[in-house]
Design a protein around this ligand. Structure first.
Ligand SMILES: [Zn+2]
Length: 308
């Protein structure tokens, strides 16, 4: 770490941000890509084959975002539901485009066997700004709880609520990027008024299982499919990945519900969070998308094969 990266440019060390610091942070964010061009246009293409519905709108004046869910046709109440979410962290590009590609290429493949529900971009304001937080400097992926302070999280929770108990599998598509260390972890420490502690970024793909409901065979099935597309992250010298013990090659665990994480929203038997590493010298953007798709397909296939 270079000294120049040591101090985050907003706030006073040791003091949590107030409204002025959050406003200063917001003023630094600018639109860098288009949700309409990159996401909505692809979803338009899917309408002849899949059911698209608006589950909520995000209003961040002057911007407004239509939040869309995609369902497979022939939705039947007796079939298990498979949930694929992406873009909970808007900057994590391959999560959004992996969910869209899974929808386009594979959702119809499971007709008659499963109901597929895809929410490709949970946080479109952050997608456009290549950001982790929403405009209120809140991380949606720590906010999946009752009375959520993040509208992105609250909207997804409302969509899922009537389906709880019928969702067999949920895969949430993420990335771990170099900017996690150079920007987002620093911003988090600054926002909360705590010291930033440098950490590492693993080179490769890994999964996050649920401490409260570990499913090692399911995680292994997903990793085995992904390993054909991109490399799996090794444990560091301490046997960890981003500070958590590696319980199996490429797998760590978090208490999903306690942390307010997206993968904890469904109550599904099989849940996982993918973490693709797009900054690897050994992975192209295309490989990252393909890895997300391979993970989603393997997750659905495993759940179908182990439904009872
Ligand atoms: Zn993420």
């Amino acid at each position: 770490m270079t000294a120049s990266l040591g101090a985050y440019p907003i706030g006073i060390a040791g003091q949590p941000w107030g409204d002025a610091e959050k406003a200063a942070w917001l003023a630094r964010q600018s639109r860098q890509r288009s949700y309409t061009a990159d996401v909505l246009s692809v979803i338009e293409r899917l309408r002849p084959h899949l059911d698209v519905s608006e589950y909520s709108r995000l209003n961040y004046a002057p911007d407004s975002y239509s939040l869309l869910a995609i369902r497979s046709r022939d939705w039947r109440d007796g079939l298990p539901i498979m949930l694929v979410t992406g873009g909970v962290h808007g900057y994590e590009t391959s999560g959004v485009h992996g969910a869209l590609r899974f929808a386009e290429q594979y959702a119809a493949h499971y007709t008659g066997r499963a109901n597929i529900l895809i929410v490709p971009c949970v946080s479109p304001w952050a997608y456009e700004r290549i950001q982790r937080w929403n405009p209120h400097a809140i991380d949606p992926n720590r906010s999946f709880r009752a009375d959520s302070p993040a509208e992105e999280s609250a909207a997804l929770l409302r969509l899922i609520a009537p389906l709880r108990g019928r969702i067999l599998m949920h895969i949430d598509l993420h990335e771990t990027t170099d900017t996690d260390e150079t920007e987002f972890r620093r911003a988090l420490a600054a926002r909360d008024g705590v010291a930033f502690r440098p950490g590492g970024i693993p080179d490769g793909f890994y999964l996050v299982d649920d401490t409260e409901n570990p499913q090692p065979a399911f995680q292994l099935a997903v990793l085995t499919a992904v390993a054909k597309v991109t490399h799996i992250a090794p444990a560091d010298a301490k046997g960890e990945i981003i500070g958590s013990p590696v319980v199996a090659p490429g797998v760590i665990r978090y208490p999903l519900v306690k942390f307010g994480l997206c993968a904890g929203i469904s109550g599904a038997r099989y849940t996982t969070t993918t973490e693709v590493y797009p900054d690897s010298p050994h992975a192209t953007p295309e490989q990252c998308i393909a890895a997300q798709v391979a993970a989603a397909c393997a997750a659905v296939d495993y759940a179908l094969a182990h439904a009872v």
